[in-house]
Design a protein around this ligand. Structure first.
Ligand SMILES: [Zn+2]
Length: 322
């Protein structure tokens, strides 16, 4: 008999469904990934099938599991209702209820940015902190805020969509229909777009040559061009970093967290990304003269943050109630 608490976690993406089983400390087993099918019924069947496979791989059964958590890239209403998730084609889906009936487990559903924040807070970079604002930089910019063991959800469960804070009034058009949102300047998508625009304007640059050699532009191209001494690439990155710092300074001014962490693929750049942002934060942050200031760090859980955070929703809920 194993009395260790175990939690199933699902990171439901537009492309893949990633599943794993986490203990309370965030140690994963039975990790697997499957393509996300189209259609709500097919997605629910695929999640259940992946969870069953994960349990079988780990030599466990449903009765060994405390709860199932799912991170969804979309707007989540209370009781685990997916109000809207455009990449999944989901609208007003009672995901927690449907999955709970299917799996025979308590099911918690949260926005994927909130899940990453929960994972980092409980077992990642924030494990010794009282409050953590987690910012995930990827296709968009997502995030979540946990303070004193509680996830901030807002009155309707939709907090914290920090990617849709406007940092350039009347700026670039965002998928949410506003102009100038943080994610249209600070996402990995935005950095790749900036890099492409630079290459168009400087076709003879080292950056253009690197992109041609590597068969296209990705999130690393601008950094490789900087390594090669391309000063124009340095200016493109400098502008990106200043937009990122602008948004992060706004967030620190509002939340004043003990820690603010950056996750997503670009965070692999480490201090090259963090140092210029930290310098702007130190200069412009409202509480810059206070002894207690938000510390900017890199997220620690990497690609597993989504699965671990979703899995540990059950642990967080248990601790929130007490
Ligand atoms: Zn937006």
């Amino acid at each position: 008999m194993n009395d260790r608490k175990l939690y199933l976690g699902v990171d439901l993406g537009g492309t893949n469904i990633a599943v794993g089983i986490s203990d309370a400390g965030g140690n994963l087993s039975g990790k697997l990934s499957r393509p996300t099918p189209r259609g709500t019924g097919s997605i629910i069947s695929a999640i259940a099938g992946a969870c069953e496979q994960s349990l079988a791989d780990a030599g466990l059964s449903v009765s060994d599991i405390d709860s199932l958590g799912v991170g969804v890239p979309g707007t989540i209403y209370p009781e685990g209702v997916v109000s809207y998730a455009c990449n999944l084609g989901m609208k007003n889906v009672q995901l927690a209820k449907l999955l709970s009936e299917r799996m025979g487990l308590p099911v918690f559903v949260e926005n994927d940015g909130n899940c990453a924040a929960v994972g980092e807070y409980l077992v990642g970079c924030g494990r010794d902190a009282k409050s953590l604002l987690c910012v995930t930089i990827g296709t968009g910019v997502g995030g979540g805020f946990v303070e004193n063991g509680r996830l901030f959800r807002g009155a309707n469960g939709c907090g914290v969509e920090l990617g849709h804070m406007v940092i350039e009034y009347g700026g670039r058009l965002c998928a949410c229909s506003r102009r100038g949102c943080f994610e249209t300047y600070a996402s990995a998508t935005a950095l790749i777009r900036d890099c492409c625009e630079y290459i168009d304007s400087a076709p003879n640059s080292q950056c253009a040559a690197i992109a041609a050699e590597r068969g296209g532009v990705d999130g690393r191209t601008i950094f490789l061009a900087m390594d090669a001494g391309d000063s124009g690439a340095g200016r493109v990155f400098g502008r990106y970093a200043s937009y990122l710092a602008c948004g992060l300074t706004n967030l620190v001014n509002i939340f004043q967290p003990e820690l603010i962490c950056i996750g997503g693929g670009i965070s692999a750049q480490g201090e090259r990304l963090l140092a210029p942002v930290r310098a702007i934060l130190a200069e412009e942050g409202y509480a810059r003269d206070c002894d207690v200031r938000a510390e900017l760090v890199r997220a620690r859980l990497g690609n597993d943050a989504g699965i671990i955070g979703a899995a540990l929703l059950g642990r967080l809920k248990g601790e929130e109630i007490q």
